[in-house]
Design a protein around this ligand. Sequence first.
Ligand SMILES: Cc1cc2nc3c(=O)[nH]c(=O)nc-3n(C[C@H](O)[C@H](O)[C@H](O)COP(=O)(O)OP(=O)(O)OC[C@H]3O[C@@H](n4cnc5c(N)ncnc54)[C@H](O)[C@@H]3O)c2cc1C
Length: 489
Amino acid sequence: MSLSGAPLVVVGAGVAGLSVALAAAPRRVLLLSRGHGGLDGSSALAQGGIAAALGPDDSPALHAADTLAAGAHHNAREAVHLLTAQAPAAIAWLARQGVPFDREHGGWALGREGGHGHARILHAGGDASGRALVLALAAAVRRAGHVEWREGVEVEALLLRDGHVAGVRVRADDGTDALVEASAVVLASGGLGALFAATTNPATVDGAGLALALAAGARARDIEFVQFHPTALAADETACRLPLVTEALRGAGAVLRDRDGRPLMRGVHPQGDLAPRDIVSRRVWQARHTGAGAFLHAQHLGDGFAAQFPTVFAACMAHGIDPRREPIPVTPAAHFHMGGVAVDLDGRSSLPGLYAVGEVACSGVHGANRLASNSLLEGVVFGRRVGARLGAALPSAPARGPWREVARAPAAAPAALARLRRLFWESAGPLRDGAGLRAALAQLRDDEELRASWQGALAGELLTAALARTASLGAHFRCDADDMRAATA
Ligand SMILES: Cc1cc2nc3c(=O)[nH]c(=O)nc-3n(C[C@H](O)[C@H](O)[C@H](O)COP(=O)(O)OP(=O)(O)OC[C@H]3O[C@@H](n4cnc5c(N)ncnc54)[C@H](O)[C@@H]3O)c2cc1C
């Protein structure tokens, strides 16, 4: 195989992968995705919107300050400042690609979300922002002459030559395999929420790209940091993806209560039901584990519920719950992965020729906890940057040695995967402790099927990182942290 003229290969067609593909023009791009139309990842499910300092009293510096506070100052400051400084230009670019952002009073409609000191959240189609972004970017990719998009394929292996990542092996829906040369490979394969029993992420967001990068020897960063959303619909916990019950409902006066009607957040935090996500998640987790139960009461919205929250209303009704008349059972759920493949500001991983962008990557921009509506922004800002850099100049001269394939381990069978998701949720969920993490690692080691799977290997990496971080920070909460301090004092 010769690398001359090989395309830039982009794995994943959420906001991050689509942005890379568009920005790399005129370089030839081969875009690979499991699903179709870019709609199978988390991007299309995003409800809240995308953040940018566009309001009259706002600035990228204020947006950066809020991002750092949310991230418990564990963030990489340079990445944060780049993100917030580039946000207004990213919005203008998205509008040029045809994203129909909602408008009011002749300008963008700017909403406010938890953790943001100013109104700076743009949305499109009300609570269908992510879908609007994906549809516009996917249409722009289909029009672009430089991108070939192969859908319904699974990237199963990286091909290396002289230590450079220079291709991938893909399996198509019909079971056929193909080797594809690449001038460079960009992973834009999303997070890993689907490895947890309770998650808001779709089944395709399972950490496969991260597992592949780790198998090839790329360095990971901060993989113990997972954000849990406090309120997913708990109607059918065997389902792979739980519908999100948006925070905006609590903003509109809905209250979390146990099954006897006692308010769950009273006396827990001065902001009550609107306390930061990690605090509410832990309270809901505890209430469910003690048997008290957790329910969101939004009956006061009455018939206005359907008009104000159409997505949540439809999800509740589909599960036989009428939120106008009865409380909504809720559970915390894995929502966003702050950690991932360690990259610099240009998406470069520690492996030559391998890049990562979007949720699979960790530039350190989110620190220990992501600020709401910053992840679509991350995909667009860093996606455009990485695409433009690789479009302008290839990473290095083509390698010439023999090819070496690095595949991830086989996938776990459905029953083993279900065991892993339950184990992962109980041990590495919103509340963690050393004993639980050690027991989970031992269970993984003793489970032959899981031990041999790539999902088991990835879960083992995360459990090990969570065990090593003995103090609580951001979304990583160790309930044994005080005991440990006392024991080592
Ligand atoms: C319910 C929900 C609501 C959210 N709301 C918001 C919000 O309001 N604002 C915000 O900023 N963020 C929000 N987020 C987070 C945000 O949506 C994601 O972090 C972001 O969209 C991730 O984009 P991505 O392009 O990195 O990955 P994704 O959009 O998840 O795309 C991953 C892509 O990778 C492909 N892929 C994966 N593995 C392989 C493989 N091995 N081979 C081939 N293809 C592969 C998939 O097919 C898919 O195309 C929300 C997330 C969820 C789940």
